[in-house]
Design a protein. Structure first.
Length: 305
């Protein structure tokens, strides 16, 4: 029942992620929990984030290029044993930004983003780390190369220099949800009867092995609303618009193409990662001590050369 416990955690958490991507994870966990897993499921959960294995470009003088790739999750390295692919730890990202802020060789940062979003836990703190970096007098640009969805857009919107989208890129999916799947009938068919021994009237409410009650649903909705308010507030602050604009005009939970994103104020321009880095280098004045910041958030390693 290890996967039933993990399914309970995933299904009970608040997510700022593209639903289609989350469904891949949930489908695998449900099949594992009910004993119907396929042999190749280990390769599926994170495969939607192939970008986690992608390019490692040439050195950037004075500018840190920080990857935001794959599913964003708290302490993602603790659950990577489920798969062979990649995700990103919100805590590791925040630690990397703070380390870069303290390094005099680093004059600015470009967030290289290709992510469907992820769990909301740790994301507001990661946004705080971006703002701490900026408070140290170091600008941040973000590039949706090619996807900055949901929690990834939450991070991107904190960039104070510019938010860029590649011509074929998309941004948005501003919203939060909790998914509950009642698998009790499926378990009955398999002859599995789970029992919860608990203390506390509301403890374990929302467990996928049982139907979701009205009171539990109302409580979950309240938590979703709280996280959504945090999301909207941070985006509004980062983009310099009223919260109502974010709620009503920034896609309403949909992804938005590059040109439309610029027209709506969700992004500043359409461009590429390379030209964004060069623009920031010019602003930094190409310092005499050239530095290349290599950040590997999957392995929790940071080196400034």
């Amino acid at each position: 029942m290890r996967y039933l416990r993990l399914l309970s955690w995933v299904a009970g958490a608040a997510w700022a992620i593209e639903p289609a991507k989350a469904q891949v994870i949930l489908d695998v966990l449900v099949s594992r929990a009910t004993g119907a897993a396929r042999a190749d499921d280990d390769d599926v959960i994170w495969r939607m984030s192939e970008a986690a294995e992608r390019r490692r470009d040439e050195p950037r003088e004075g500018i840190a290029v920080v990857p935001v790739t794959g599913v964003i999750s708290p302490r993602v390295h603790d659950v990577e044993g489920l798969s062979t692919g990649g995700g990103m730890s919100a805590e590791d990202f925040a630690a990397a930004m703070r380390q870069l802020a303290a390094d005099p060789a680093v004059k600015g940062a470009v967030l290289d983003i290709d992510s469907p979003g992820g769990n909301v836990l740790g994301v507001p703190e990661a946004v705080g780390a971006i703002r701490d970096f900026q408070a140290a007098g170091k600008p941040v640009s973000a590039v949706a190369y090619h996807w900055a969805a949901s929690a990834a857009y939450w991070l991107a919107s904190a960039a104070d220099d510019e938010l860029v989208v590649t011509p074929s890129g998309e941004v948005g999916s501003i919203g939060v949800y909790v998914y509950h799947e009642d698998i009790s009938k499926r378990l009955d068919m398999l002859g599995v009867k789970p029992t919860l021994i608990k203390a506390g009237a509301n403890k374990a409410e929302g467990h996928p092995a049982f139907p979701l009650g009205e009171e539990a649903a109302a409580h979950v909705q309240a938590r979703v609303d709280d996280y959504y308010a945090m999301f909207v507030k941070d985006v509004a602050k980062g983009r310099g618009v009223p919260a109502a604009t974010v709620r009503e005009s920034f896609g309403g939970g949909r992804m938005v193409g590059a040109q439309a994103a610029v027209s709506l104020g969700m992004a500043d321009r359409v461009g590429s990662l390379a030209e964004t880095v060069k623009r920031m280098q010019r602003k930094a004045g190409r310092p005499a001590r050239a530095a290349s910041a290599s950040v590997d958030l999957r392995r929790r390693r940071l080196a400034v050369i």
